[in-house]
Design a protein around this ligand. Structure first.
Ligand SMILES: *Cc1c(COP(=O)(O)O)cnc(C)c1O
Length: 416
């Protein structure tokens, strides 16, 4: 079926109108960069304005009055985040930023002992995750040379495979304290089996923590049933919450009210009923909310609330269905029109990826950069990763099938 026909039949087509689409020379951009920064929901401005108005008109009373009193503001995020992550509402919380949350969660869940002290990541991990892991090791007086296990792709392979991670977990065995892994790898677009890898980590007595930066809002998640120990994500990629907006975290219910857990505490994680009594001793809220430190930055969170309502309205099954179809169309058209000029380094099986395809341009760096510039000049927004990869992510909330077709046509022309 051609793209125009697919767009005409798309049950989610109307959601595009709920977003501001950046313009290029008087026309909508072909925006395929939702994996990096999601677009602005039209309702975002209204949600922000409502909080500015509450502040203007109510002052400090805004904590307790108005449409969404600030003291309970994070409550509005529990249901949509629970749905997106496959969690109980008490297992998720909207707070801080991603790297901060990784550190806070590692403070609780990376507790190295003399024999069990290693931290496993993948070799091509996002730099911030690696910096966080290395600094956690140093914080505990450990030498990353010895204590950091980095699992890389086999020689000549574009991405690390589940089997390699499994083998590395088993090899580390009793010495492994924590595996910190991505739900979807940011560069290759590969989606990992969170349940299977968590089970492997647990089988050697280790814990498994998940960075869902490229997974949330992109692929279906079932963190509770997958038994993930903890997870964190940012909200500005597929979640469309706006640049640097407030991130999120998941802590499995089995830790919810474990009093022996070490944690770095702040007043916003304290029992809600007695928080404002300002008692000296910390009593954590059961569940993920107990990890909060500070009162929430509501103006920064407001756009995210606008976006999460769109995810809820569209529903997870239609979103996944369209996402799969968009990416399969992209793959088919690339195979058809570009053949050997690009190598798709993302797994070919739809179950092992989300929206994004990562394309290695066989023409090399110089010709690749030139082709990428041609895309930009044609109003197509995607991203370039040195030395020769273009990442392109058609997302189901605002992309059209015809966006995919246009991208492939311009890229084919640019590489001709
Ligand atoms: C986007 C991304 C980050 C960014 O971290 P911030 O703390 O939000 O700046 C970190 N890790 C991964 C895997 C990412 O994809």
């Amino acid at each position: 079926m051609n793209a125009a026909r697919l767009d005409a039949l798309d049950p989610l087509a109307a959601f595009r109108d709920q977003f501001h689409i950046p313009r290029h020379e008087g026309e909508d951009c072909i925006y395929l960069c939702g994996n990096s920064l999601g677009l602005q929901p039209k309702n975002a401005a209204r949600y922000v304005e409502e909080e500015l108005q509450a502040w203007r008109e109510l002052g400090v009373e805004g904590h307790f009055r108005g449409r969404r009193p600030w003291k309970d503001y994070t409550d509005h995020f529990a249901a949509p985040l629970a749905q997106l992550t496959g969690a109980h509402e008490s297992e998720v919380v909207c707070m801080n930023s991603l790297t901060v949350n990784l550190h806070l969660l590692m403070a609780s869940f990376f507790r190295p002992s003399a024999g069990r002290y290693k931290l496993l990541i993948e070799r091509s991990a996002f730099p911030s995750d690696r910096y966080a892991a290395v600094s956690q090791l140093r914080f505990h007086g450990l030498d990353p040379e010895d204590a950091l296990v980095e699992v890389g792709p086999a020689p000549g392979e574009p991405h690390v495979r589940t089997e390699e991670l499994v083998a590395a977990i088993r090899t580390a065995g009793d010495s492994l304290a924590l595996a910190l892994l991505p739900g979807v790898q940011y560069l290759s677009g590969e989606a990992f089996d969170i349940g299977a890898l968590t089970e492997e980590a647990h089988a050697v007595g280790a814990l498994a923590g998940w960075d869902l930066a490229h997974a949330i809002g992109n692929v279906p998640l079932d963190l509770h049933d997958a038994n993930a120990d903890f997870a964190a994500w940012c909200s500005y990629k597929y979640l469309n919450g706006g640049p640097g907006t407030v991130a999120g975290a998941f802590v499995h219910a089995r830790y919810g009210d474990d009093p022996t857990l070490n944690r770095l505490a702040g007043w916003w994680g304290h029992d809600k009923a007695t928080r404002f009594r300002m008692d000296p001793d910390f009593v954590p809220i059961p569940g993920a909310e107990g990890w909060q430190l500070s009162n929430p930055p509501v103006i920064a969170m407001a756009p995210l609330l606008a976006s999460l309502e769109l995810f809820t309205a569209a529903g997870p099954s239609l979103l996944r269905e369209k996402s799969l179809a968009l990416t399969v169309l992209l793959e088919d058209r690339l195979d058809e029109h570009l053949g050997s000029a690009v190598e798709i380094i993302t797994p070919r099986e739809p179950a092992r990826r989300g929206a994004q395809l990562s394309l290695r341009l066989r023409a090399g760096t110089a010709a690749g950069r030139k082709a990428f510039a041609r895309l930009g000049a044609a109003g197509i927004v995607c991203d370039w990763r040195e030395p020769d990869v273009i990442r392109v992510a058609p997302v189901p909330l605002y992309n059209r099938y015809s966006d995919v077709e246009r991208f492939v046509a311009v890229l084919a022309d640019a590489l001709r």
